[in-house]
Design a protein around this ligand. Structure first.
Ligand code: ADP
Ligand code: MG
Ligand code: MG
Length: 250
């Protein structure tokens, strides 16, 4: 069992404070949904946990069990078992998808994976995700459609087997069939050794991947936490009701 513990996290982008004291504790076995209006800091939170250099942590702490995540490079965070499925995956011309995946897998292993085993694992997962097998040999994300990029993030997650996956709007750009395939892939990861933080605007994803915990992030703070009923309320009513709690929406 592992725990990712975020305490009183404050994060700036440039001069602007985006996160204003986030507290969140995720244990393996749990799936946490984060919802909230656009521009309120959801991507900032996931990117800051992974260590994206654009986001500056000004105070607070992030612990992965007894390890101080804020002291670690992005590479070290990945090796420790953190994974970010990005809202806007980067195109990396010149690096093939398969070389990238193999390097990322090897970074988490003592001994490099054999080519035979790598290809077998890659093929199996590409088939399960209903992806075009050519995508493995193309440059990473270059010219991929929105849906292909999202599936490719899930392919990375499946191959890397992280302890904690941070999935940022993994459902955007997916049609109904692709959403089902991706949801099944996430559900197949569920175990006592896997925890997940999922950002999405839509009940459709959370119907397929039922979160154990739901949080609403507004203006850089988690203003409410609960269970699945919060997803349903937001689907029905949007966020206007947040104002009644005395919280301003931008
Ligand atoms: P969400 O994921 O909830 O839609 P984000 O975390 O992406 O929100 O953004 C939170 C805030 O940070 C927004 O006000 C956004 O405009 C701002 N922001 C994000 N990236 C940058 C940047 N590179 N420079 C300045 N502001 C940024
Ligand atoms: Mg957004
Ligand atoms: Mg976002």
């Amino acid at each position: 069992m592992s725990t990712l513990k975020i305490k009183n996290l404050h994060v700036k982008v440039g001069e602007k404070e985006i996160l204003k004291g986030i507290n969140l504790e995720v244990t393996t076995g749990e799936i946490h949904a984060i919802m909230g209006p656009n521009g309120n800091g959801k991507s900032t939170l996931l990117s800051a946990i992974m260590g994206h250099p654009k986001y500056t942590v000004t105070s607070g702490s992030i612990l992965l069990d007894d390890q101080d995540v804020l002291e670690m490079s992005v590479d070290e965070r990945a090796r420790a078992g953190l994974f970010l499925g990005m809202q806007y995956p980067q195109e990396i011309p010149g690096v093939t998808n398969s070389d990238f995946l193999k390097a990322a897998m090897n970074a988490r292993r003592e001994e490099p994976i054999s080519l035979f085993k790598f290809i077998r694992t890659l093929d199996k997962n590409i088939e399960e995700l209903d992806m075009d097998e050519n995508l493995a040999h193309r440059y990473l994300n270059e010219g991929f459609s929105g849906g292909e990029k999202k599936r490719n993030e899930i392919l990375q997650m499946k191959l890397l087997q992280p302890k904690f996956a941070l999935l940022d709007e993994i459902d955007s750009g997916l049609d109904v069939d692709a959403l089902r395939v991706v949801s099944e892939a996430i559900n197949s990861m569920r175990s006592d050794d896997f925890g997940c933080v999922m950002v999405s605007h839509y009940e459709r994803l959370f119907e397929l991947v039922k979160p154990t915990h739901v949080h609403v992030l507004v203006q850089g703070q988690i203003v409410m936490s609960g269970g699945y009923e919060l997803v349903e309320k937001i689907d029905r009513e949007g966020y206007e009701w947040i104002k009644e709690l005395g919280i301003e929406l931008e």
